[in-house]
Design a protein around this ligand. Structure first.
Ligand code: ACO
Length: 331
């Protein structure tokens, strides 16, 4: 069977930088609280009109260029986000239009922090079967328009940032390089531990003024419970990827964990005995960018020289759903 490989990586980051000190002016929080609990120092916020699709398209253009391809070479788009431009249609079709590559298919994936790994897994299957040759996989988020920047919303609002990352997945010319395996999990009984309740088609009506006054249209998170599950599931799913390929944890050259909290990632790496220099972090600069996080980490690790042909890289994520996932790649 064919093996798929990431051929190129791209990103798009909005210009506006929002520091913890900026947030201190909007709510009862401190730089010290945010930094100590999460490792976040600043994040980016999108400008008006800079939607998930537009940012994703820009990241996609760079990924296509870095793959040495032309837009016309892309034959499918997979778009992962929890913050699509509109309720429907999904943002993938807007990317298709912005890139002007009609009439290829565009699939939206709604798996929050694990959205990029779920999408990578889908792309991998399509490439392996020969259905498509070059798939553009995008993770893109605009959180800044969806959170509550008041003391009531501070536990969630300080965590997230906007941005987009993209990769092109295509057939590997070298059978030793590429996506070695992907591992996807969920546990829907915890769906309401981290969610946005409204507007919702299950409610009649979907949204009322009363619901908005109660803040039920903002994300809600049981942070402690999410943390507890994350520090269990992340090591578990990393070991699943390592074991599935007959490797040892010490064989991993680079760990790219989802960036929800620096403390979670330090704990996970420590538990598994992975040296700090083998772990990629970008949460200090960007906050939690959800589906965009992992491709944004790839971008940084390529720039700092840690991610190069032959690197054995493990990616892992945990988030809303609950969902968790991993992939092992020989870069
Ligand atoms: N600034 C100052 N104080 C705050 C803030 C803030 N921004 N937010 C909460 N507090 C206060 C709380 O009110 C509470 O005060 P109290 O003790 O007087 O009641 C205190 O700080 C502690 O709050 P906790 O919520 O218990 O803080 P905790 O130590 O659990 O840290 C955090 C919170 C950082 C969110 C942590 O729980 C966490 O990282 N959870 C996991 C997040 C995660 O992995 N999410 C999944 C990915 S996201 C996705 O999938 C979309």
């Amino acid at each position: 069977m064919k093996k798929s490989r990431i051929l190129g990586v791209g990103r798009y980051l909005p210009e506006k930088i929002v520091t913890n000190f900026d947030l201190e002016k909007m709510m009862d929080t401190t730089d010290e609280w945010i930094r100590q609990r999460t490792g976040i120092e600043q994040r980016r916020f999108a400008a008006e009109g800079e939607g998930a699709a537009l940012m994703g398209a820009r990241a996609g253009e760079e990924a296509i260029k870095n793959a040495g391809l032309k837009k016309e070479d892309i034959d499918f788009i997979i778009f992962a986000t929890l913050s699509p431009d509109y309720n429907f249609p999904g943002s993938g079709v807007f990317v298709q239009d912005l890139l002007g590559i009609e009439p290829i298919g565009a699939l939206d994936v709604r798996n929050q922090c694990t959205g990029f790994i779920y999408s990578l897994s889908i792309a991998d299957q399509f490439i392996k079967t020969g259905m498509y040759k070059h798939i553009l996989v995008i993770g893109s988020e605009v959180h800044s328009t969806g959170n509550e920047f008041t003391t009531r919303g501070r536990d969630v609002a300080v965590l997230f940032g906007d941005g987009a990352g993209a990769v092109v997945v295509g057939e590997s010319e070298d059978e030793k390089r590429g996506i070695l395996s992907t591992h996807l999990h969920s546990q829907g009984k915890y769906a309401k531990e981290l969610w946005v309740e409204a507007p919702a088609s299950i409610l009649h009506p979907r949204l009322t003024q009363e619901m908005m006054d109660q803040g039920r249209h903002y994300p809600k998170m049981n942070g402690k419970n999410v943390y507890k599950h994350a520090v269990t599931r992340m090591p578990e799913v990393i070991m699943e990827a390592v074991n599935a390929n007959g490797y040892k944890i010490s064989d991993i050259d680079l760990l790219v964990p989802h960036q929800a909290n620096m403390r979670i990632n330090e704990y996970v790496a420590g538990t598994l005995g992975i040296a700090p220099e083998k772990v990629v972090h970008n949460i200090q600069k960007y906050g939690n960018t959800t589906a965009a996080t992992i491709p944004l980490c790839f971008y940084d690790a390529i720039e700092d020289g840690r991610l190069k042909p032959g690197t054995l890289v493990c990616v892992a994520a945990f988030g809303a759903g609950f969902t968790w996932a991993s992939a092992l790649l020989r870069w």
